[in-house]
Design a protein. Structure first.
Length: 366
């Protein structure tokens, strides 16, 4: 294998696979990435056996071939080079030679036959979807998923397709987010997928980088994948039944109040300084067209801030972890959000103009 290319292009290409390479690989070969030089250009592949990524780049190839190289060490080396051009060659013993101006480096690789192959997706269902719409759906749901490995099935995003509608749900049992979008697919197609958060994170990175307006989703019973013009990412799915989330979404509420998002963000950022991040609560008190938010901490002190709202019913009070509400507010862009309450003990429903739905559990008031 032998090729010459711009250092900046090679750094950009390798950077796209770095987060997939595991820091503690289950197999030694997984700390490497697969590099292939073909007539069509350069192909880089990395996997941790849960998520796999393949990146393509048009390049002038002098000699075809393939090997696997230690990912992080090779990436650091290429980044540190001062030459604008880099020549890479690999011999039959998988020794990679890196030539940059007068500098010469040799890096030991490993045979390609030990490297896991990415799965065949020929029989997958394919969906074309807007990059911006998929990006928004993931953005509005991934934040609500659990980071607790003991809640295995909640550490992923539910994607359910039914009657031509794609629904995504994320929850950690204290908050929930649900979004929906109509897609072009057979109306009889029905399936559920639970995508692990690492897979979601890697998909979001690809969507952030690509200039493509439309991407392709591949759906199989045990994996999903996305493809752009130069990247393919495949992720395994979590196995099991996603928790029943419909029962916690309020169907009938007693109070519905429009609240200005930016003003509420500012107040909650102030109030949160006077609460414990994990267990602290702040009180929302509605009375006489005013929302009064207060908090008290025996070691820190106390805070009380108010803002105007349209509320002319009998006084009502409910307590929340301010960070749970802030997370919702940061993941929508509407000027005004609709807050719907039942009482101080049941879930609160928050909706934006695009019909994104958020549920936040109240906290017990002292």
């Amino acid at each position: 294998m032998k090729f010459l290319m711009a250092k900046s292009e090679l750094v950009d290409l390798i950077s796209q696979i770095q987060s997939v390479v595991p820091s503690r690989p289950a197999l030694p070969i997984l700390s490497n990435f697969l590099i292939e030089a073909t007539e069509k250009g350069l192909v880089l592949t990395a996997t941790d056996l849960t998520v796999g990524i393949r990146c393509y780049l048009n390049a002038t190839i002098n000699e075809n071939g393939a090997t696997t190289l230690p990912s992080r060490r090779f990436f650091q080396l290429i980044k540190e080079l001062t030459s604008p051009q880099v020549e890479i060659s690999v011999n039959e013993n998988n020794i990679c030679q890196v030539q940059a101006l007068s500098s010469l480096f040799k890096l030991n690789g490993m045979p390609t036959n030990e490297y896991p192959l990415l799965p065949d997706l020929d029989n997958a269902h394919k969906i074309s979807i807007s990059k911006d719409e998929l990006k928004e759906m993931l953005y509005k749901t991934a934040f609500a998923a659990s980071k607790d490995e003991n809640r295995y099935l909640m550490t992923g995003i539910l994607i359910k397709i039914e009657k031509g509608v794609m629904m995504m749900v994320g929850t950690d049992a204290r908050r929930l987010s649900k979004v929906e979008k109509t897609i072009q697919i057979d109306q009889d197609f029905t399936q559920e997928y639970i995508v692990p958060l690492k897979g979601v994170d890697e998909i979001q990175k690809i969507l952030d980088r690509t200039v493509d307006e439309t991407i392709v989703l591949y759906l199989t019973p045990d994996r999903i994948a996305i493809e752009t013009s130069n990247v393919m990412l495949v992720t395994k799915l979590l196995v099991g039944d996603f928790p029943d989330f419909k029962s916690v979404i309020p169907q009938e509420t007693h109070y519905t109040i429009g609240i200005h998002r930016e003003e509420l963000i500012t107040i909650l950022r102030q109030i949160s300084l006077f609460t414990d991040e994990n267990t602290g609560a702040c009180q929302f008190h509605f009375e006489n067209s005013e929302l009064i938010i207060s908090s008290q901490h025996h070691e820190i002190g106390e805070a009380r801030v108010s803002m105007p709202v349209e509320f002319d019913q009998k006084p009502f009070e409910i307590a929340f972890n301010p960070h749970h509400i802030l997370d919702v507010l940061r993941h929508t862009n509407d000027e005004v959000l609709s807050f719907s309450f039942i009482d101080a003990f049941n879930p609160t429903l928050i909706e934006d103009a695009k019909k994104a739905l958020f549920v936040v559990m109240p906290m017990r008031q002292s």
